[in-house]
Ligand binder design. Structure first.
Ligand code: ADP
Ligand code: MG
Length: 287
């Protein structure tokens, strides 16, 4: 009866848009105590938009031209903002992504930097005078990035992403089942806390470099917890593999889907508590 009820369970899950790669994952879902959610593209829609820009026209042109070489959702938002303003993008001679920190580019002999405090600090650019403005954006849940040209601070661009409508309800259902919900993000503490508050998450792990996400999952497992990781990005793949259950967002990258044990179609977060309910019902039938 065991294999049959597992098959029935995975079949029922599939009908609702929860794709388990195998029956053993449905069994393991039953034991989950902690669910770690990536922020961008998992809790939020992953379609950020520029809300604020401080700086002159030429800075915006350099900013958007440099970001045109990046595939990051933040970069897409910046390029779309400049395109809307009919700003012509300049030829980029050299481009370099600095994961978790930002980008650097060479445009008509100028050196452009776009990114967070750490990136600016690493290049000896003093940002203390802009701290209040950065904090104001971040407290509002926005991601603020600074632009420097040839080592000189030139402006701030702030980008906001909206949370998925069903995120607060999905998180509440998980918490009501006694599951600990954690947010994991590369974004800064303040922005992460603002988004976490909107969706009802208390436990936030922020400013995590892409290559450190899996380590954070291991740390939770070292506390004796059975952990699920939910993510959409290439950056999330190692954490998805490390977790006891990796859950990919169906609208996410191919890499994340391949790394995961389960995919939820359409990125609907309510399917996560649903998957747990199905696993409980299935295991009850077995026993
Ligand atoms: P997330 O977990 O939100 O996807 P990342 O680890 O990709 O975060 O990035 C962390 C931070 O690095 C961003 O919040 C931003 O400050 C900076 N960053 C990353 N990519 C870019 C980019 N293309 N342009 C500017 N800043 C960037
Ligand atoms: Mg993401």
């Amino acid at each position: 009866a065991t294999p049959t009820s597992i098959m029935v369970g995975t079949g029922r899950a599939a009908e609702t848009g929860i794709l388990f790669k195998g029956g053993e994952h449905l069994e393991r879902t039953h034991q989950l105590q902690t669910i770690v959610l990536d922020k961008t593209g998992t809790i939020t829609k992953g379609k950020p938009e520029v809300t604020d820009f401080t700086g002159d026209f030429h800075t915006l042109q350099l900013l958007a031209s440099a970001e045109n070489g990046s595939e990051h959702p933040l970069a897409e938002a910046i390029v779309a903002y400049a395109t809307e303003k009919d700003i012509a993008l300049l030829h980029v001679d050299d481009f370099n992504a600095i994961p978790g920190h930002g980008i650097e580019a060479k445009i008509s002999g100028k050196h452009i930097l776009v990114g967070n405090r750490k990136l600016m600090k690493d290049h000896g650019i003093d940002t203390a005078g802009h701290e209040q403005k950065l904090m104001d954006y971040e407290t509002a849940g926005k991601t603020a990035m600074m632009i420097a040209v040839d080592g000189q601070f030139r402006g701030i661009v702030a980008v906001a992403d909206t949370i998925k409508e069903s995120a607060p309800e999905a998180i509440k259902q998980l918490q009501d089942m006694g599951i600990e919900v954690v947010m994991l993000t590369g974004d800064n503490e303040r922005t992460a806390a603002a988004i976490a508050k909107q969706v009802g998450i208390e436990h936030v792990i922020a400013q995590v470099l892409p290559e450190e996400k899996a380590d954070k999952v291991k740390e939770l497992q070292a506390q004796g917890k059975k952990v699920a990781m939910v993510g959409d990005g290439v950056n999330d793949a190692p954490a998805l593999v490390t977790a006891d259950i990796g859950i990919a967002i169906g609208t996410g990258t191919e890499v994340a889907i391949e790394a995961a044990d389960v995919t939820i179609l359409g990125g609907e977060l309510l399917l996560i508590p649903k998957a747990i309910k199905i696993s409980h019902a299935t295991i009850r039938n077995i026993r």
